[in-house]
Design a protein around this ligand. Structure first.
Ligand SMILES: C[S@@+](CC[C@H](N)C(=O)[O-])C[C@H]1O[C@@H](n2cnc3c(N)ncnc32)[C@H](O)[C@@H]1O
Length: 256
């Protein structure tokens, strides 16, 4: 399953907004070490560098395509290929930041406890994840996956709700002695162009499904899904498509 940085960056503005909202809430003015987990094409990592020009900043991602795009755009940032589930820093990090990546990983209780363990005293784990798997974009993606001859091929790739309700994350960090700040935000995203919700999904959640299909199946599946999306997300009179999007934010700060 590969990532396409260009498709992902089609909606760079909408995707950047929550990344900056998360960054704005991180306390601490001069961290020595910062890691961006699941850094993707690196544009968000560059914002971390703008905030903390003196820090040693590393962007970590498993996708070579994403890292290549990041390296090309920002050659002076350190980029590292690693799977987050196995990644462990040599020394604890002052800021462990992750925007829109950890929803791709399972078993959040042990993942988040482990990542918090990689945070230095006085440091922070800061995470943003979409929490919209119950929204039409995702429900219809699963419905279309069940409504065709591709059903068996897609079944293993359907994920239901990788991101838990906010209180579950509080319950992970509270016993660890963290100072916790968790909130959600519903962004009313305004998209333009043809089938923009499909275009959005092509850059992220749809990728593992499409990778499991032949070219013919892929086209037929996308036709089915596109039809459903057009009904669920009709164009407004001025041509805009409204795409509400819920995101969960959390900061777990470690006492000194
Ligand atoms: C939706 S993109 C987010 C990119 C970037 N953080 C941003 O805010 O624009 C998710 C990124 O997480 C990476 N990713 C997904 N699962 C991963 C894993 N297990 N280990 C490392 N990176 C992973 C993907 O390769 C992809 O670049």
């Amino acid at each position: 399953m590969s990532w396409n940085p260009d498709q992902y960056l089609k909606f760079a503005d909408h995707r950047l907004r929550p990344a900056l909202d998360l960054l704005a809430r991180i306390p601490g003015d001069s961290p020595g070490s910062v890691a961006d987990l699941g850094c993707g094409p690196g544009n968000v990592t560059d914002w971390l560098r703008r905030r903390w020009p003196e820090a040693h900043i590393t962007g970590i991602d498993s996708s070579l395509d994403m890292l290549e795009s990041a390296r090309k755009a920002y050659p002076d940032i350190a980029w590292e290929q690693a799977a987050i589930e196995r990644w462990k820093p040599e020394t604890p990090m002052d800021v462990l930041y992750s925007n829109a990546a950890l929803q791709w990983l399972d078993d959040h209780p042990s993942l988040f406890a482990r990542l918090y363990g990689a945070v230095a005293r006085g440091g922070v784990l800061a995470v943003q994840m979409p929490r919209n798997f119950d929204q039409p974009s995702h429900v219809l993606m699963r419905q279309a996956a069940q409504d065709g001859p591709w059903r068996a091929a897609l079944a293993p790739h359907i994920r239901h709700s990788p991101v838990a309700p906010p209180a579950d994350y509080w319950r992970i960090f509270q016993p660890l002695g963290a100072s916790i700040d968790i909130w959600e935000c519903d962004y009313l995203q305004t998209l333009s162009g043809d089938d923009p919700v499909l275009q959005w999904m092509l850059g992220t959640t749809l990728r593992p499904l499409l990778a499991a299909l032949s070219e013919t199946e892929r086209d037929a599946y996308l036709d089915t899904y596109r039809r459903l999306l057009r009904e669920a997300y009709p164009r407004e009179a001025d041509g805009t498509t409204l795409f509400p999007f819920r995101r969960l934010f959390l900061l777990a700060s470690k006492p000194r």
